[in-house]
Design a protein. Structure first.
Length: 333
């Protein structure tokens, strides 16, 4: 791989992020401006608000990433941005900024797949990590199991058939009155006060292939609360979280066994969940599977992973044509 310094931009949802990464592994800077406070009153991300906030923040975030890296546009070899999947308006802000810099500075532009970027987060955490890997990408909008056979070579083994895990966390948290974002709220309450064995919620599609389904689990929580209004909220949160974690870990480990790949990683916002991380650490400690978990900052949406994958994509495929559009439902192939 040619050694390059890349400025990456991430605006697929409600974080405005920019980062500078050398050689696809070494993070020089990573700046993330969260919009969580803007969307909290609505209980979820409002696309129009997200897009406007990106427009307001993008220039400052890019400038800060350059300052923190002690770099300038003149020292960059490429500029990258997420072109999908994500919210159309939000994606347009980051891609437009990247293309403008590309034209103004004569830099190659690389359009990045958001899920592919999550695959590379673990490689930033462990620069010696190489494929093959089985990766669990788990976030508010997506839950995927991906076999990464080599750089740029992927097989989607399983995906959600309805609600993603993070979406289920947000919906359950909203129903329980815990606010937004729901994942951290449930995690904190479950860890500090909850009993994960208090209620036996269903484990949807456990032992049934590699696909996921969390809509029924969310409904089970709602029905339980309506039948048992006196139930402790912390116990409900902990028991719900335990059900999600059981399914995620079982399917990830099962996919590794089936493919014969002995290294597993996790990425996406839900990979920051303390219960999920603890279970995966236990899997690694058992000895036959290597587990690599990105740091918390690399699990949630960030631009360092965007710049990292862009270095590999640039070497393998060359620049992305400037006329390439954003694709809100872009598939990982």
């Amino acid at each position: 791989m040619n050694r390059v310094r890349v400025l990456g931009i991430e605006t697929s949802c409600d974080e405005t992020a920019a980062a500078i990464v050398d050689d696809g592994r070494l993070v020089r800077s990573s700046v993330v401006a969260s919009q969580a406070d803007l969307h909290a009153r609505y209980g979820g991300v409002v696309p129009e608000i997200a897009s406007r906030a990106h427009v307001e923040l993008i220039c400052d975030v890019i400038e800060q990433s350059l300052v923190e890296a002690g770099s300038s546009f003149d020292e960059l070899e490429a500029i990258a941005a997420v072109r999908g999947p994500g919210l159309a308006g939000a994606l347009l802000v980051g891609v437009s900024a990247a293309k403008a810099i590309s034209i103004a500075r004569g830099l190659p532009y690389v359009g990045v797949h958001h899920h592919e970027a999550h695959l590379y987060a673990a490689m930033i955490e462990d620069p010696e990590l190489e494929p093959p890997l089985v990766t669990l990408i788990v976030s508010g909008g997506h839950t995927l199991l991906v076999a990464m056979d080599d750089h740029g070579s992927y097989r989607v083994l399983g995906e959600t058939v309805d609600d993603a895990a993070g979406e289920a966390f947000d919906k359950v948290a909203r129903f329980l009155g815990l606010g937004y974002p729901g994942g951290p709220a449930i995690d904190r309450l479950a860890r500090e006060e909850g009993d994960a064995e208090a209620i036996r919620f269903p484990r949807p599609m456990r032992g049934e292939g590699h696909d996921f389904s969390f809509s029924g689990l969310k409904t089970a929580v709602v029905q339980y609360v309506r039948k048992h209004p006196e139930a402790d909220v912390a116990d409900i949160a902990a028991s719900f979280q335990a059900a999600v974690v059981d399914v995620l870990v079982d399917k990830l480990v099962g996919a590794a066994r089936e493919t014969g790949i002995d290294t597993i990683v996790a990425g996406g916002g839900v990979a920051a969940n303390s219960a999920l991380r603890a279970r995966l650490v236990e899997v690694g400690a058992a000895g036959d599977l290597r587990v690599v978990l990105p740091g918390i900052a690399l699990c949630t949406d960030n631009a360092a992973m965007v710049a990292a994958v862009a270095a590999y994509r640039l070497a393998a495929d060359g620049p992305t044509p400037l006329e390439a559009p954003v694709v809100p439902n872009l598939r990982l192939v």
